[in-house]
Unconditional design. Structure first.
Ligand SMILES: [Ca+2]
Length: 300
């Protein structure tokens, strides 16, 4: 082999070897750079994983289930006469008229009220030492609460005969029902679901608005799968999800009783009734001279 032939053969190999030697750090750098890239791409994952496991979870866990309650607009459709001496505590629609429970000691009653005249067709006085509160209809029985006497009354709705009394440990504020249970409020943020025959507690529901406990739940009405509740000392009616207890939306009814109809004796908004057949919603108040039919300005 001649020298020239030796270099002709080895030359390209040497060039390749030389090139390989030059490129070695770069080639070695590829996996290094890949590791760095992976490390960089992993970095945020590794950095956020414990963050997600700690602070953000604690920060978001309460808010994850929060339903922001939105205000729903309403308007008065009609209004109807109402006894201004009735301290309205429970309002129920049935068969073309209202049943009412009224409060104040010595003035508490159960009433059948004609619609739309507001004429009291039948009235039963409660004992003078009790304060009438929530009212619900279960079959042919009217079930009426008292405020602090821990006694409820079961009436025959047709003739107002007393069928029985029952006792409960809390105060009595509002009462309504779904298709299985009575639902009782006691002025706290808890609603109690009761067996309508035995009055045993079936379950409790904590009510929240924007993630916070909402106390002072008063008169109640079951309307199309929601629990509507007056909130004592406010002009608000809240609409409660009966599964979660969250207030989904609310109505601000300040101004529903116009100044021209006020004589200064009126107490707060209280009283909700629903005519399921015609989907009419009625609201009233304590010692208010009118009952108002309202409708929402948007679909439920
Ligand atoms: Ca009611």
């Amino acid at each position: 082999m001649t020298t020239s032939r030796f270099f002709k053969i080895l030359g390209p190999a040497a060039v390749l070897l030389f090139a390989g030697w030059i490129a070695r750090p770069m080639l070695q750098g590829v996996p290094i750079q890949r590791d760095i890239a992976q490390a960089q791409s992993n970095a945020p994952v590794e950095a956020t994983a414990p963050v997600e496991a700690t602070a953000p979870v604690e920060a978001t866990a309460p808010t994850r289930n929060v339903v922001a309650a939105r205000e729903v607009a309403w308007q008065v459709v009609k209004s109807f006469p109402h006894d201004p001496n009735a301290f309205l505590q429970g309002l129920v629609w049935h068969d073309g008229g209202f049943y009412e429970s009224t409060g104040l000691e010595g003035r508490s009653t159960l009433r059948r009220v004609e619609f739309p005249s507001g004429k009291v067709l039948r009235k039963r006085d409660l004992p003078p030492d009790v304060f009438g509160e929530g009212l619900a209809l279960w079959g042919d029985k009217l079930i009426q609460l008292t405020w602090q006497s821990h006694v409820g009354y079961v009436w025959n709705r047709r003739n107002f005969q007393l069928l029985r009394r029952w006792n409960y440990p809390t105060e009595g504020w509002g009462l309504t029902n779904d298709d299985k249970n009575l639902i009782l409020s006691d002025g706290s943020d808890t609603l109690f679901f009761l067996d309508p025959q035995t009055f045993a507690r079936v379950r409790e529901l904590k009510v929240t608005m924007n993630g916070r406990a909402l106390p002072y739940l008063n008169e109640l009405e079951w309307i199309d799968g929601e629990i509507w509740a007056n909130v004592w000392q406010t002009d608000r009616i809240v609409r409660i999800d009966p599964r979660s207890g969250a207030v989904r939306s609310f109505l601000n009814l300040s101004g529903v009783l116009p100044t021209s109809l006020r004589n200064g004796q009126e107490d707060v908004l209280n009283g909700i009734a629903y005519d399921e057949k015609t989907r009419r919603i009625f609201v009233g108040g304590k010692l208010w001279p009118r009952i108002f039919q309202i409708e929402l300005k948007e679909a439920a």
